[in-house]
Ligand binder design. Sequence first.
Ligand SMILES: [Fe+2]
Ligand SMILES: [Fe+2]
Length: 243
Amino acid sequence: MKLITPGMKMADVIHGNYLLLPVINRFGIRLGFGEKTVREVCNDHTIDVDFFVAMLNTFSNENYFPAKKIQTFNVLTILQYLQRTHEYYLNTLVPLIEQHLKTLLARSGRRNKSLTDVKKFFLDYKKELVAHFKLEDTVTFPYIEAVYNAYHHRTDKSVRNKLSSYSMKTYQREHTNIDEKLLDLKNILIKYIHGDFDDASCNAIIFELFRLEKDIQDHTRIENNILLPLVTEMEQALKIKMR
Ligand SMILES: [Fe+2]
Ligand SMILES: [Fe+2]
């Protein structure tokens, strides 16, 4: 797929890949672009256009991951994007899958155990997702913000305490792969579903699972390959500064 550039019309970006719509929404941008270019839309929303374009291209091209370029962006911008992505998963994508599951159960044979198993598997997975995002939103990201502020502004005693109670090493060690179970769930449906079931709602669930899986993989890539090395460097600089 052609790389997205700031000079392209926003509407053409969507015509080229409509799956980018939810990614664009994550930046607070909504439909009704008219003839505006990507740069113009970003200016209207005070969004860093280079970061925006880097995220869109990462999402649309499997082989495009400008690690070096993303590292030049502000850590707080990256954090905000990651946080909004968590919100999108929990408030939009997960409820959508749950809705499809409900329809699937309502439209299929009542006593089809393979379907209740799918629902149970998904609800267990949802719990895992919620816990993963909660940990990042309440522990990891606030820690990163504190490190960022200390690095760019001033260091005080509270930073010293924070640095000794948590670190990016801990994050690295504990950061789990949350996309693995999605492959299992897709396979339960694709390979093993049987009995009386509604095809359309089953397909709808599979489509959304593929979408969620891909989105989460991109998300995790940004956390592991961008955020982690960037903040580790800041931690090291701070430790030297505070010696
Ligand atoms: Fe995350
Ligand atoms: Fe994560």
